[in-house]
Design a protein around this ligand. Structure first.
Ligand code: PEP
Ligand code: CO
Length: 446
């Protein structure tokens, strides 16, 4: 077999790729992107892998969340700050409740490509290419908007760089200072039914940190910054190839466009191009595991993606749906345990619970999302394995995209503030409720 190269995937079938009118234009864009400086470094990627290995053992917890798909328009200070604020607040609740470090990962700074169920969309007899995310085309239903443009890949890279630059500045400096959590308050926190509980907890943390400072000599600078990592679906392979580089002072290839790429449920074929691509990079890899996953297929996938059984390399992001998880997950856990593959089990309670209302709006019931989370914890407890992480679609904006939760959103509210052009996201209050649920769950089982 020839040695793996970033372009090796080209010899395999690549699903979910747009058809560009001018392949040479695409090649030129890939060449251009290949010359740009990377967004992350192999040191960061390796540090994350070590932390994920710890989460797989149950000694840390992965919190991964963000938009289903980032939009170019949302590459602005306010939405970036709000997303970071929600994730920081959730992580505080989890740290406090679980008594373990939380690894914060955004679906951010590169989450621009979407898999679709069909290549074409038909409206009123007009057929156009499906919207595949802002790095491919635009969502308005016009021939011009829907035409895939290679130049959008440069637009995606530039916005990823700007987003990450701002995230780094925020997480390095005073903004993320644990002694000043008021920096990350959202305007509407005070209106939330969880507000009292949250503030009490923050005071508790603040007091213990003061104590730690007094008795343990913890310096302020240790507490004023937080780790924050990026992730996105490694879907559009020409883009991922362009960001794949040999590491400095280290062997092997890394995807340096993100810390933590994942393979989607629609593109995890063992002989497909996405698995071929991911097999050759050294990053930690997530794989979405849906109801069609067989036990044998999963082990085969782990054998290909992690032949050396490196700890921290593989995360299984399970997304079965509340009605299917009990029928799917136990057999997969049995098979993975028997294979002795080290994996981090994460729960994505979003993608198996999507429904379309009578009005044709995509939504998710908060109760089903919670139900899948609860079942995941119960099943793992019974099998003697651990839930090492949670994967959510959320935003810091006050949207009404998912139904239910303590805010009591009903299907009539969906039209009020529905901004996503793809999957419905949890709003701040709903996201915090999940964090409290997990924190409480962890307390009960400890
Ligand atoms: C997603 O995470 O937005 C997604 C498309 O998920 P899945 O591959 O699990 O369907
Ligand atoms: Co989604």
């Amino acid at each position: 077999m020839n040695e793996w190269q970033p372009s090796s995937w080209r010899s395999k079938t690549a699903l979910q790729q747009p058809i560009y009118a001018d392949p040479q234009e695409l090649d030129a864009v890939v060449d251009e992107l290949s010359t740009r400086p990377p967004l992350v470094t192999s040191w960061e990627v390796e540090r994350l892998k070590t932390q994920l290995a710890s989460a797989a053992r149950g000694d840390a917890f992965l919190l991964q969340g963000g938009d289903c798909s980032e939009s170019f328009d949302a590459c602005r200070a306010d939405p970036i700050e709000k997303k970071l604020k929600v994730l920081l607040q959730m992580s505080l609740v989890l740290v406090y409740g679980m008594r373990k470090p939380v690894i914060r990962v955004g679906r951010i700074a590169g989450q621009y490509a979407k898999p679709r169920s069909s290549d074409l969309e038909t409206r009123d007899g007009v057929e156009l290419p499906s919207y595949r995310g802002d790095c491919v085309n635009r969502s308005p239903f016009t021939a011009q908007d829907r035409c895939p443009q290679p130049a959008n890949l440069i637009g995606a890279f530039d916005r990823s760089a700007q987003t990450l630059n701002y995230l780094r500045a925020l997480t390095e400096g005073g903004f993320a200072d644990i002694k000043h959590p008021e920096n990350w308050e959202l305007d509407f926190v005070t209106q939330s039914s969880r507000s009292g509980q949250y503030h009490q907890m923050v005071r508790g943390i603040s007091d213990s940190l003061d104590l730690l400072g007094v008795i343990g000599g913890v310096s302020r600078s240790d507490l004023s910054r937080v780790d924050f990592y990026t992730s996105h679906e490694a879907l559009l392979l020409p883009y991922e190839q362009a960001l794949t580089r040999r590491a400095i002072a280290r062997d092997g290839w890394y995807n340096l466009g993100t810390h933590y790429p994942w393979i989607g449920d629609r593109t995890r074929q063992i002989d497909g191009a996405h698995v071929e691509y991911c097999r050759g990079i050294r990053n930690p890899i997530g794989v979405k595991v849906g109801p069609s996953t067989t036990a044998d297929g999963l082990i085969e996938l782990l054998d290909v993606l992690n032949p050396s059984r490196e700890a921290g390399r593989m995360t299984l992001i399970c997304r079965f749906g509340a009605s299917k998880i009990a029928g799917c997950l136990p057999a997969l856990i049995d098979a993975v345990v028997a294979s002795k593959h080290p994996v981090l089990w994460s729960v994505d309670p979003m993608h198996g619970n999507t429904i379309t209302t009578d009005q044709g709006i995509k939504t998710r019931h908060f109760d089903q999302i919670l139900d899948e989370v609860r079942q995941a914890f119960a099943i793992h407890a019974e099998q003697g394995t651990v839930v090492g992480g949670i994967h959510l679609e959320l935003t810091g904006n006050e949207v009404t995209e998912c139904i239910g939760g303590s805010g009591g959103l009903g299907s009539g509210d969906l039209v009020r503030a529905y901004e996503s052009s793809v999957d419905p996201r949890l709003n701040y209050e709903q996201a915090m409720e999940i964090a409290f649920l997990i924190a409480g769950q962890a307390r009960e089982s400890s």
